[in-house]
Design a protein around this ligand. Structure first.
Ligand SMILES: [Zn+2]
Length: 321
């Protein structure tokens, strides 16, 4: 189909048909020549691709002539300049952003360092405190029970750091009571130890008062021996001298020595604190039923229902059963 020039209405040439404005309007060579000079087909194409028909008509109506070669060159250069400018601005902006980011990172790093230093300082203070406290306890000839140290001069207890508890120094005045814990058992009923218990029971009173125990002799094996110390705030401290099944012997004897020493120390502290000594003795003796039978028998002797000889015979029988 033959295209018509939008300006003059004449048919456009074959070559002109390839060139149209941005809004797809055709202009003939004659009309172009009235506005443009010094151009080739490439210059025209470049101009057309960047302009609408109205742009051409503006120039046409104003009778303006332009050197298209020059114009295109100028446009190219200005867009080149513009691009360069844009790039420069972008570069600068990026640089500013980078600097700000760097600055921020530096600040954050400094802040982290300050925090780290602070933590290290606190740790050192704590370490120094622990060290000087330990030295003080040593200088005051503190008494060591399990892991607890008792400073008799400043009247304080040092509890070293454990998995569950922090390093702590507790004044004696915080102690409100304690519970002795004594657990054991015998494997062999005929064991001499068992008879010692029975003897004690018959004599009336073993096991009811701490300090009157038999030094572990009531059990062939001691399983647990120590104290739970109750503090004002409801927490407690522990000192254990035996934590697992231990057969009678030097170890048990030594443990009982410590046990009695800490009990009497605690009795003194609690009395000084003005608290009633409220202690419960926790005891487990699998031979209780046997002891009770013998005790009952002893009652029969006391009430003169059976003779001492009959009692001894029955007791022997029970113990050897
Ligand atoms: Zn025309």
């Amino acid at each position: 189909m033959v295209k018509k020039c939008e300006v003059c209405g004449n048919n456009v040439g074959v070559l002109d048909q390839k060139i149209k404005t941005k809004d797809k309007k055709y202009v003939c060579e004659n009309c172009y020549d009235k506005v443009f000079e010094n151009y080739n087909i490439l210059d025209l194409t470049n101009w057309e691709q960047a302009h609408n028909f109205d742009d051409f008509m503006g120039l046409f109506n104003d009778g303006i002539t332009i050197d298209l070669k020059k114009e295109n060159k100028k446009g190219k250069e200005s867009s080149k300049k513009e691009r360069a400018n844009k790039e420069a601005i972008m570069l600068e902006e990026n640089q500013v952003k980078r600097e700000a980011f760097k600055e921020k990172r530096k600040d954050e790093k400094a802040e982290r360092q300050i925090k780290k230093d602070e933590i290290r300082k606190q740790k050192e203070i704590k370490k120094d405190h622990i060290k000087s406290t330990k030295e003080k306890f040593k200088n005051h000839d503190a008494l060591l029970f399990d892991r607890l140290s008792f400073d008799p001069v400043d009247k304080e207890i040092m509890q070293p750091k454990t998995f569950t508890k922090p390093f702590e120094v507790i004044p004696y005045s915080d102690i409100v009571g304690y519970t002795p814990i004594e657990r054991g058992h015998s494997k062999n009923k005929k064991h001499g130890i068992t008879r010692a218990v029975v003897g004690g029971v018959l004599a009336g009173g073993v096991g009811s008062i701490v300090g009157a125990g038999t030094g572990g002799k009531q059990f062939e094996y001691t399983d647990k021996l120590g104290v739970n110390i109750a503090l004002k705030d409801g927490s407690f401290l522990e000192a254990f001298f035996i934590k697992q099944e231990t057969k009678e012997g030097m170890m048990v004897k030594a443990a009982y020595d410590n046990f009695y020493r800490i009990c009497s120390l605690l009795d003194g502290i609690i009395a000084e604190n003005g608290h009633e000594t409220s202690q419960k003795v926790e005891m487990t003796n699998p031979n209780d039923s046997l002891a009770k039978q013998i005790r009952d028998l002893k009652e029969l002797v006391d009430d003169e229902i059976i003779t001492q000889e009959e009692f001894e015979a029955k007791k022997k029988q029970l113990l050897e059963a």
